[in-house]
Design a protein around this ligand. Sequence first.
Ligand SMILES: Cc1cc2nc3c(=O)[nH]c(=O)nc-3n(C[C@H](O)[C@H](O)[C@H](O)COP(=O)(O)OP(=O)(O)OC[C@H]3O[C@@H](n4cnc5c(N)ncnc54)[C@H](O)[C@@H]3O)c2cc1C
Length: 464
Amino acid sequence: MAEYDFDLIVIGAGPGGYVAAIRAAQLGLKTACVDSRETLGGTCLNVGCIPSKALLHASELYEEAHSGALAKWGVKTSGLELDLPAMHGARLEAIKGLTQGIAFLFKKNKVEWLKGHARFTAKDAIEVAGKSYKAKNFVIATGSVVTPLPGVEIDHERIVDSTSALELAKVPGSMVVIGGGVIGLELGSVWRRLGAKVIVVEYLDQILPGMDGEVRKECAKIFKKQGFDIRTSTKVVKAEKKGKAVTVTVEPAQGGAAETIEADVVLVSIGRRPNTDGLALEKAGIQPNKGGQIEVDHAFKTKVAGIYAIGDVTPGPMLAHKAEDEGIAVAEILAGQVGIVNHEVIPSVVYTMPEIAGVGLTEEEATEQGEIRVGKFPMLGNSRAKTNREGEGFVKIIADARSDRVLGVWMVASVAGTMIAEAALAMEFGATSEDIAYTCHAHPTHSEAVKEAAMAVTGKPIHI
Ligand SMILES: Cc1cc2nc3c(=O)[nH]c(=O)nc-3n(C[C@H](O)[C@H](O)[C@H](O)COP(=O)(O)OP(=O)(O)OC[C@H]3O[C@@H](n4cnc5c(N)ncnc54)[C@H](O)[C@@H]3O)c2cc1C
């Protein structure tokens, strides 16, 4: 050990890195975690999952009161106004509480936080803030950053990325969201609820790439009803600031006549790219792939002995819970235990209203693999959802026609993000649709729709 400062140095303190560091320390490894931010928690806690959910929650409350939805429940309001600084305050308070929580957990578990930017100087050494550190093993968990769009220069005021879109000082009159994926629809929802007219421009012929086809169609309908102007098969060519407005030039994805859209604010949300900036990976002997990702095997090993990688910087969905599970698994592997992540069963959620969630194969993917049976149940048939006036959406279960094993579950429902956990657990245990159908679900809950969709796989739901 004398040769090394640490058993393990984790680079990056996002949900992948901080979780890996804590688990490794819990398992007895002398561990440090490097991060260049002022606070721990990475993208997720500082500028991602948590602040976006704080604004989604706050804007939902505002819209409920403002649109008269609360009044329909007998809750009358008067003198209602938006206090945007207070809303931002609530967001900052959430970030502060949670990032300080990670600092506390680091202290509690004796993880040393090395503040600064890490760069490799050899395959077993890094430099942080002018100091050198050697470790037996490294886990690279440097996450991802916003993908830029050529022709659209982000100024963080009128042409914003996901980070600056969380911090707008006033509600724009109009907003063009470039990219109809998860982040664009979530942040677009926030500003639409607060009063902006939101136009979503999507290159593909449908929003929400990667999700089940039926879900994508249903959600486009729901979002349009909410007031989103969704323009699919449309390409953004450039965005120029002119006076107080931004002029966005678009043209049909397949080519054709260009037109312009004027907006107060433009949000660029076309995706994220793996972040290995300034890490000097070449000094460690690691070459990222063409997409900039660090390739790993099933045990998160890179090609270089003693260097592992997890989370957004590696292939796979860019999700906090995927990064966290990989963090736990890699730490357990390094401590001599068995660490496994089942990449076939990683739920994905869009936190709009209603929420959208899925796990496993889409119907399109499952059909390609063989014969399937599909059970579907509308949320309108669910007593709790109907009572709460949350009848939009459905649950859909896709099962193998021969074995009945569940291959995928998709849902659009007010609390789909919570409901999907049951589906993931069932799939992890190799459940059949019959297993779910014969599991007693509490009444009245939205989750009963999962049971009914499972019953529908063999054609016998009760409430429809
Ligand atoms: C607006 C938004 C909303 C999101 N919402 C969700 C959601 O609801 N659910 C979900 O699952 N995912 C969500 N995500 C995605 C989620 O944030 C990421 O998947 C997750 O944070 C990835 O974790 P990670 O540990 O791989 O990396 P990150 O969280 O990106 O953390 C990496 C950290 O490493 C640091 N770092 C990088 N290089 C170095 C270096 N050389 N030296 C020192 N430090 C370095 C970075 O500063 C960063 O703090 C959202 C993302 C955004 C942008």
